[in-house]
Design a binder for this molecule. Structure first.
Ligand SMILES: Nc1ncnc2c1ncn2[C@@H]1O[C@H](COP(=O)(O)OP(=O)(O)OP(=O)(O)O)[C@@H](O)[C@H]1O
Ligand SMILES: [Mg+2]
Length: 254
């Protein structure tokens, strides 16, 4: 289980990006993290993978406290950042071998993992070329493969569908499903309502650093639907509605 308890993070500018967040991602589930731009999704994800330190609160990964045993906890997670740091001068395969080294994956295991993943994402040919020559989608695919080499239990992805063509996006969704079928968990952020609705076992909606709804799509829809059946998109728009203060509205109307 992935568990956040009372996690907060402010940036130097004084912005409280994440505000006392409690969140559970259960074994065997795909958990979708929704929220408008600037809501705190990336900040939360960066804390879960150990890139940022929370100001307060605890993060547990598979029963291991991230602050106390960071390496043990990090070995259980595979992370796809919103903008992966890939080195343009490395070839795809050099990058994957680098990731294999970082996570201590044996050469034999690497081969077993890399070859089918390259085939799945149709990256077998370009893997020998420098990453600098890759399209945006190809960069995303190499980063995705790199995040899975060490067979992480928790697959954590920040807007993973960005830049993927329909076929690759479909393949990724299939991979997420097979990851949880094998007992792992997936925690990912997205702006695509249709993906959230169809793919996720449970969803969390964050706004201004606070979790404002959590549950299955149906539970969330029921929780907020006042009249009739509302779509998740309608609920999302309603609960994350940005309201300008009255005085600001008044001055704009002048
Ligand atoms: N390095 C930073 N320094 C200062 N403020 C930051 C920094 N990174 C993020 N923020 C602020 O923290 C808040 C949350 O940002 P975050 O990137 O977590 O949002 P998000 O939900 O991932 O948004 P998006 O959907 O646009 O990716 C925003 O107000 C943002 O301006
Ligand atoms: Mg983000």
């Amino acid at each position: 289980m992935l568990k956040l308890s009372g996690v907060s993070k402010s940036y130097g500018s004084g912005v409280k990006a994440v505000d006392k967040l409690d969140l559970h991602v259960r074994p065997g589930e795909i958990f979708g993290f929704l929220g408008p731009n600037g809501a705190g999704k990336t900040t939360t994800i960066k804390m879960v993978v150990g890139v940022l330190k929370p100001d307060e609160g605890e993060i547990e990964i598979g029963g291991v406290n991230l602050a106390r045993e960071p390496i043990r906890a990090k070995l259980m997670t595979g992370y796809l950042p919103d903008e992966a740091t890939l080195w343009d001068k490395l070839t795809g395969i050099e990058y994957l071998n680098f990731m294999g080294d970082v996570y201590g994956v044996s050469l034999e295991e690497r081969k077993k993992r890399i070859i089918p993943l390259l085939e799945t994402f149709e990256m077998t040919k370009p893997v020998g070329d420098p990453i600098g020559s890759y399209s945006r989608g190809m960069r995303q695919k190499i980063a995705l493969i790199g995040s899975l080499l060490h067979r992480p239990r928790f697959w954590i992805l920040d807007e993973p569908m960005m830049g993927l063509d329909p076929r690759s996006s479909f393949l990724l969704k299939e991979m997420m499903r097979s990851h949880v079928r094998e007992g792992g968990s997936v925690f990912f952020s997205t702006h695509v309502m249709e993906v959230a609705e169809r793919l996720c076992d449970r969803l969390g909606i964050i706004n201004k650093g606070k979790l404002i709804a959590v549950g299955t799509t149906d539970e969330i829809r029921k929780l907020f639907a006042q009249e009739g059946d509302k779509t998740l998109e309608e609920v999302f728009l309603k609960v994350t509605e940005a309201k300008l203060p009255e005085d600001q509205l008044a001055s704009l109307a002048k």
